[in-house]
Design a protein around this ligand. Structure first.
Ligand code: COA
Length: 186
């Protein structure tokens, strides 16, 4: 029998959840009072989504949007919605441990972006961890968190936290919820 390759220990397992400092922007659900007008992450489609589409998606129950804000000014955000993973797209060693359903439920972290003024200050990491724990806490069952990395740099960012390629694509990636559940809680 071929030996199952041992996965390297995801970096996110080693993450310590930081205590929120006074200067850390709070993260909360997008609301009317949040100012998005100057948000600029350098990824035009993600900036436009926040300014023009996010509220509509929220109203239509297509996505939940969470923002980090600095005195009301949005400096980072992410979106969550429901998706499904084709069993065939999972690595064999994981798929073999699941029942033979064609698909399993998952949570899509559809967008994640940080304003240029805050990039490199661990806000992306905080938003990602917030998204993972929020997904874990949902009462709806979800096998994994799925992301669509917009480019190779974004894929590298997600790989640091243990995300693995889903199917043939190097850009669609997933992190099993069982891994999130093993993260140290705050
Ligand atoms: C990718 C993004 C969310 C990262 O946010 P950030 O606040 O700048 O990142 P952080 O400061 O939290 O960085 C956390 C770690 O990830 C690394 N990192 C950040 N951006 C990275 C990138 N593009 N590629 C590889 N590693 C990256 C940091 O070096 C840091 O690692 P360290 O612990 O070794 O120091 C942000 O740069 C962004 O909004 N980019 C444009 C939109 C985008 O690409 N979104 C990705 C989803 S499609």
């Amino acid at each position: 029998m071929p030996r199952t390759r041992r996965r390297s220990r995801p970096r996110c397992l080693l993450l310590r959840r930081r205590v929120l400092g006074p200067a850390d922007p709070p993260i909360e659900a997008l609301a009317r009072g949040h100012d998005r007008s100057s948000f600029n992450s350098g990824a035009e489609e993600l900036d436009r989504y926040l300014k023009e589409q996010a509220s509509q998606d929220l109203r239509r129950h297509l996505a939940a949007i969470f923002v980090a804000h600095d005195a009301g000014r949005v400096v980072g955000y992410y979106s969550l919605s429901a998706t499904a993973i084709e069993l065939n797209d999972l690595p064999g060693d994981l798929a073999r441990r699941l029942p033979h359903y064609p698909q399993v439920p998952a949570t899509l972290l559809g967008r994640l972006a940080v304003d240029g003024s805050w990039q490199g200050r661990r806000l992306g990491e905080r938003l990602l961890i917030d998204a993972l724990f929020r997904s874990l806490a949902s009462e709806l069952a979800s096998y994994a968190v799925v992301v669509d990395a917009r480019d190779e740099a974004a894929a590298r960012f997600y790989r640091r936290y243990g995300f693995m390629p889903l199917g043939q694509s190097q850009r669609r990636m997933f992190l099993p919820m069982a891994t999130v559940a093993r993260l140290p809680h705050a």
